[in-house]
Design a binder for this molecule. Structure first.
Ligand SMILES: NC(=O)c1ccc[n+]([C@@H]2O[C@H](COP(=O)([O-])OP(=O)(O)OC[C@H]3O[C@@H](n4cnc5c(N)ncnc54)[C@H](OP(=O)(O)O)[C@@H]3O)[C@@H](O)[C@H]2O)c1
Ligand SMILES: [Zn+2]
Ligand SMILES: [Zn+2]
Length: 407
């Protein structure tokens, strides 16, 4: 089933046109400006972001407690705290984690979405890094304690108190459940938003904020670069960005996939070759070949075959399946191989990744879809029918009745 690719027009209708704020009780916010609250960056024209919505006018895609499907619903976003910004969400990638979360047993409603780009519509009085009109990006963590050893080392993603997740988490201040960015607005502490570098397409950049950073951190930590041989197992959202980033870092890069028909894509992405994991001869011929294997496969699987591809003193980073895994110790012993994992990124690392992507022109291969098609998109993702990331265009939430284009 094909989904219409939407090119959103700049002048899409909005819930409110600029010209008046109706914030409810936001009197603590200081200067009121038609485009939001806060200062303008001198010399830089603000994008037409529009004001914040009324709290009860924010819409998004929500699944009730025992529902796997998403439906349009009104969401509550908090009034801005001093260090918060409000973002009009324009684009949000669809991560396989969204699918896992929707299909897992759950005792609360869920609004997925944790890799997004948009425009600042309002800023609290203590915010100095952003102003209304700034293009920004947010990933899968939105707060951390800021004090533990991991936070002090810039690895807020490993916060000892556990970082606040963009959805399915608990706000550190008021205890409310966090609701994700399959929604037209998100409110976030400014420290966990990133300036979107000029030159990065906002739709194709959105997946960098989860898929990208999740593979960037292990590639950097393990020293991927010229002279290293990297293999990426699973050519999906994470996998194709791992290939692009590894190639851009200068590493010789190979794809490991069940799908031989992805060979042409692997080559286009810059990979040297594609090993078909279901053909036993191909992995056998590549035994002990790779310094780094990044395993992004979305389901539980035997990691032995991937460990056997790792070279002497090399490392397998298991980032795809995050449940229990069984390891045969001999697969580690022979070749002194190492097994590790990673997830998300620290603030400094995320900003560095975005700059690197802007310099090397790395973004995701995306299929941009009106958000009203979110349930179809999730079904297609479940059957591996995506090359390589769906991105929801949330502008249709500005309409009372989102257009249901043919799929
Ligand atoms: N560590 C983290 O913090 C983090 C962050 C984001 C996502 N994740 C997890 O990473 C995984 C990948 O996410 P994604 O968004 O990249 O998913 P995706 O786009 O669906 O890609 C996953 C890839 O895994 C392979 N695969 C899928 N089903 C398989 C099966 N039954 N057997 C073998 N291979 C299979 C496919 O690659 P081939 O067709 O090429 O074989 C597929 O393209 C998910 O489990 C997600 O939850 C983890
Ligand atoms: Zn994700
Ligand atoms: Zn911490």
């Amino acid at each position: 089933m094909a989904i219409t690719i939407a090119i959103r027009s700049k002048g899409s209708p909005r819930a409110h046109q600029p010209g008046g704020l109706r914030f409810g009780d936001r009197s603590q916010l200081g200067v009121v400006h038609p485009l939001g609250v806060g200062h303008q960056v001198p010399g830089r024209p603000a994008l037409e972001a529009g004001p914040r919505r009324e709290p009860d006018e924010v819409t998004g895609w929500l699944a009730g407690e025992s529902e796997p499907a998403l439906r349009r619903a009104t969401l509550q976003r908090r009034d801005l705290r001093d260090d918060d910004i409000a973002i009009r969400v324009d684009y949000c990638g669809v991560c396989h984690t969204d699918l896992h979360s929707l299909r897992a047993p759950r005792d609360a409603a869920l609004v997925p979405g944790h890799e997004f780009t948009g425009v600042v519509t309002a800023a609290g009085p203590a915010v100095t890094r952003f102003a209304a009109g700034d293009p920004v990006a947010v990933g899968n963590i939105v707060d951390s304690c800021g004090k533990c050893s991991m936070c002090r080392r810039g690895q807020e993603n490993f916060c000892a108190e556990f970082p606040t997740l963009t959805y399915g988490g608990t706000d550190r201040h008021d205890g409310s459940p966090t609701l994700g960015a399959f929604s037209r607005e998100y409110v976030v502490r400014d420290e966990f938003a990133y300036r979107l570098p000029a030159g990065l397409d906002p739709a194709a950049a959105a997946p960098l904020l989860c898929a990208g950073i999740t593979v960037w951190e292990p590639l950097r930590a393990l020293g991927a670069g010229p002279g290293t041989r990297v293999a990426v197992a699973g050519l999906g959202g994470l996998g194709h960005l791992a290939v692009k980033l590894s190639v851009a870092l200068g590493a010789e890069t190979t794809v490991i996939s069940r799908s031989p028909d992805k060979a042409a894509d692997a080559s286009r992405l810059g990979a040297r070759d594609l090993l078909v994991s279901t053909d036993p001869r191909q992995p056998a011929a590549a035994r002990d070949r790779f310094d780094i294997v990044i395993d992004t496969v979305a389901v539980a699987h035997d990691i032995g075959p991937h460990l056997r591809l790792v070279a002497l003193d090399g490392t397998l980073s298991q980032v795809g399946h995050l449940g229990p895994i069984t390891v045969e110790a001999m697969d580690l012993l022979v070749g002194r191989k190492k097994l590790t994992s990673a997830g998300s990124g620290g603030r400094a690392g995320t900003a560095a990744m975005l700059e690197f992507c802007a310099r090397h022109d790395v973004t995701a291969d995306v299929e941009v879809v009106p958000s009203a098609h979110v349930n179809d998109v999730l079904e297609r993702l479940a059957r591996n029918d995506v090359r390589y990331r769906f991105v929801l265009d949330l502008a249709d939430l500005d309409h009372e009745d989102p257009p249901q284009k043919a799929v």
